[in-house]
Write a protein that binds this ligand. Structure first.
Ligand code: GUN
Length: 292
């Protein structure tokens, strides 16, 4: 069994990106610039955005954080999105989700210029992904593809079960795994809360990508000997022994599943660090106009 070290791979990729930025600067180019809009004070969102700003520093990017309180209006937010769309210095930007309930997330997502949508959430990017055209790829699925690539994990013709059908992870993940290429070329099954035979589907899988948000959902008896297990779960569970008061819990019962696997991602330190790095890659691609 091999533990997939997402933290180490992410550190390597950040260095690669920083080197590319140095080369751009040496040629007199513009420093890549990522902006992030954060609404309210959700603990998870605060952490994610702080990590994104830190990663920008590590990669040599400019970053701008725009903050609003929970009572920001949809009009105010849409006006800021337009401003960022029109700002030639901003290469890409994100609106951290979730947004307060009085704001239409879809409307905000669609207001972002797809050429600056480094999250890959705009319907143009989602649509282009589904037909295999160059686009900004959703960060978590793209980070997982990079892990599979760097560990030379064979996916061709393999049975891949994706647990979860979210727009951010499950759907784009299934799309990427079924596409022609390496990694890719897998036979993909998407399971979700209404799937009847989820245990049997998992037992037949060569690769399981768990993105349900249910701590320890994947148990040892659901996993085939030698399977590849990718754990996307990051549920915060109370833990009084930690300074933060919580710990991150994956969707996989790691302790019991790990001995049966060929490869497994830990939580934390597996998929999480790769998500941020994928966003940095998209920002570099936006800055260098390699996609649009
Ligand atoms: N909320 C949870 N994950 C993400 C993400 O990747 N991007 C944005 N914008 N919001 C999120």
């Amino acid at each position: 069994m091999q533990i997939i070290d997402g933290k180490a791979i992410a550190a390597t990729i950040k260095k690669e990106i920083a080197q590319q930025v140095d080369e751009i600067m040496a040629k007199g180019g513009k420093r890549p610039h990522l902006a992030a809009i954060l609404v309210g004070h959700d603990g998870g969102s605060e952490t994610y955005v702080a990590n994104k700003v830190k990663a920008c520093e590590e990669c040599g990017f400019t970053s701008t954080l725009i903050r609003y309180e929970d009572d920001v209006t949809e009009e105010q937010l849409l006006a800021k999105v337009q401003e960022l769309n029109n700002d030639p210095d901003v290469d890409g930007f994100i609106v951290q989700l979730p947004l307060p309930r009085h704001i239409d997330e879809q409307k905000v997502t669609e207001a972002i210029d797809y050429r600056k949508d480094v999250d890959g959430f705009h319907p143009v990017n989602v649509g282009r992904l589904s037909i295999g055209l160059p686009c900004f790829l959703s960060a978590t699925p793209n980070g997982i593809m990079e892990l599979l690539r760097r560990y030379n994990i064979d996916t061709k013709g393999k049975k891949c079960v994706v647990l979860g059908r979210s727009n951010i992870v499950g759907k784009p993940m299934a799309n990427l795994m079924m596409q022609k290429g390496t990694p890719g070329d897998a036979t993909v099954t998407v399971c979700h809360s209404r799937t009847l035979n989820i245990v049997e589907e998992c037992q037949a899988a060569d690769i399981i990508i768990a993105a349900l948000g249910q701590p320890h959902f994947v148990k040892a008896e659901m996993v085939k000997e030698g399977a590849v297990i990718i754990d996307v779960g990051t549920t915060r569970v109370p833990d009084s022994t930690r300074k933060s008061g919580f710990r991150l819990c994956g969707d996989v019962d790691y302790e019991n599943v790990a001995p049966k696997c060929s490869y497994i991602t830990p939580v934390p330190g597996g998929v999480g660090p790769m998500t941020i790095v994928s966003l940095m890659k998209n920002t570099l691609l936006a800055a260098t106009h390699e996609i649009y």
